[in-house]
Design a protein around this ligand. Structure first.
Ligand code: FAD
Length: 413
């Protein structure tokens, strides 16, 4: 039996066990066998999305009342990690889709809104959730712009100008995973008004077919090639009021009060870390299909290397699972710091584990006929992802370790 992504499945709920098993079956039978082709061609895995749709997994975090599976944060991240174990690119783009439903769903539910905002939000999200659950539509989440906004240091450069019935949206989003594949792009932008700040954020579902939307540029990256994260251009795109995935300003509140909303990028890399370990064990036991039956497990150096990998994997999983349990509104400072430590650890350990896997298995293991070199390239992308790159996690963690809220150095005599 392959190791369970959650370590001990006995501690999971029935729904968690069922959905993780479903993801494992899809991963083993469908996504894994297709992964090399999508990676080689740098094309979008539409077939995998057909399978996710048929399995009901596009609505994993859509509330049950709206026809979804109603999964919570912990359930989602474990399912995503299991998918990442078989195809990192599918897991990463799936995260962009699911995040849209999570942000508009249980995260929005945990935040403060006026009764009027809440009613407005209920009406809008019913439209979006209905599209996903009933029509199988796919959403994405382009927020990166190449400036300081995605790191949370400046307002979005993409602007939404109020007009009759909605907004005219203009801007440019880089690394827009699912570019050309999503039905709706969940665009973060700034309400265009004098003196607008980060608090004037808007989160709008822009129809891929709307006039003024275009996808440009090449896509030939090192890793995560199946995400097809090309550049999205928006030129005076009309977007109706009902396109709001969150009320005006709520994204800012969410980012400040529910920081785990960004931690959904790391489960993919938890899955890749697990896959690197799985491969190494199979390789040393001469159980990789298509490879000559040469045992390598009897060498003490291999045993030590695989033990090191297991230690790193279990450390990674422990923080991953703790993070899954911690996600809630208004975490205290220690929880927030553990979140940065966990995110950093998962992203960096995934890259370290794939690297050690190649060193341990040896030259033949990095041939393109085997998955390890793809895992190695995909894993490298994790710690580059904004808003929490490895550098920015350290930056925030270091500052918060040494400063309490509001403290200034000049106050210390
Ligand atoms: C495979 C893949 C898929 C992606 N998919 C999406 C997607 O679907 N949607 C999306 O919005 N984005 C996506 N991204 C983009 C990603 O989140 C980053 O925005 C992107 O990698 C940033 O690249 P950059 O070179 O412009 O970063 P820069 O902004 O130039 O930053 C470079 C580095 O400088 C550091 N840095 C940046 N700002 C600060 C600061 N204020 N203080 C200190 N250090 C800082 C960070 O460590 C960062 O890694 C994806 C990226 C990859 C690799």
């Amino acid at each position: 039996m392959p190791m369970h992504i959650a370590g001990n499945p006995q501690q999971l709920t029935a729904q968690q066990r069922e959905l993780i098993d479903l993801a494992a079956t899809l991963g083993r039978e469908k996504f894994g066998p297709r992964a090399a082709r999508y990676d080689r061609d740098a094309t979008f895995p539409f077939e995998n999305y057909d399978d996710l749709r048929a399995a009901g997994l596009l609505g994993i975090c859509v509330p049950r009342a709206q026809g979804g599976l109603g999964a919570d944060f912990a359930t989602y991240v474990m399912v995503a990690a299991e998918i990442g174990r078989h195809c990192g690119a599918t897991a990463l783009s799936y995260n962009m889709h699911v995040s849209s439903t999570m942000w508009a769903g249980f995260i929005a539910d945990a935040l403060d809104m006026t009764p009027a905002q809440r009613a407005d939000h209920e009406a809008n999200r019913a439209l979006h959730f209905g599209r996903i659950v009933n029509e199988g539509k796919v959403y994405s989440q382009p927020f990166s712009e190449g400036g300081a906004a995605a790191a949370g240091k400046a307002p979005w450069g993409t602007l939404a100008r109020p007009v009759d019935g909605g907004f005219l949206v203009s801007g440019k989003k880089i690394f827009a995973s699912l570019a050309g594949a999503a039905d709706f792009y969940g665009v973060l932008c700034t309400l265009d008004r004098p003196g607008a700040t980060q608090r004037d954020s808007l989160y709008l579902a822009v129809a891929a077919q709307a006039a003024g939307v275009s996808v440009v540029g090449d896509w030939d990256p090192l890793g995560m090639r199946g995400t097809v994260s090309r550049t999205l251009l928006l030129a005076d795109v009309f977007v109706p009021h009902s396109a709001r995935l969150m009320p005006e300003g709520l994204y800012w509140q969410a980012a400040s009060r529910f920081p785990h909303m960004f931690a959904t990028l790391s489960p993919t890399y938890m899955g890749i870390a697990q896959a690197a370990y799985d491969f190494t064990v199979a390789y040393l036991r001469a159980e990789v299909p298509g490879m000559p039956k040469v045992l390598r497990r009897m060498y003490p150096t291999k045993q030590i290397a695989v033990a090191q990998m297991r230690v790193t994997l279990e450390q990674t999983r422990a923080l991953f699972l703790q993070n899954a349990r911690d996600a809630a509104v208004d975490p205290d400072k220690d929880t927030r710091m553990r979140l940065f430590a966990a995110h950093y650890t998962i992203m960096e350990n995934a890259a370290a584990l794939t690297s050690l896997a190649i060193r341990t298995c040896g030259g033949q293991s990095m041939l393109k006929t085997l998955p390890l070199e793809r895992l190695y390239r995909d894993s490298r992308c994790g710690s580059l992802m904004l808003p929490w790159t490895a550098e920015l996690c350290l930056d925030r963690l270091g500052r918060e370790c040494l400063y309490e809220a509001g403290e200034r150095d000049e106050a210390i005599e």
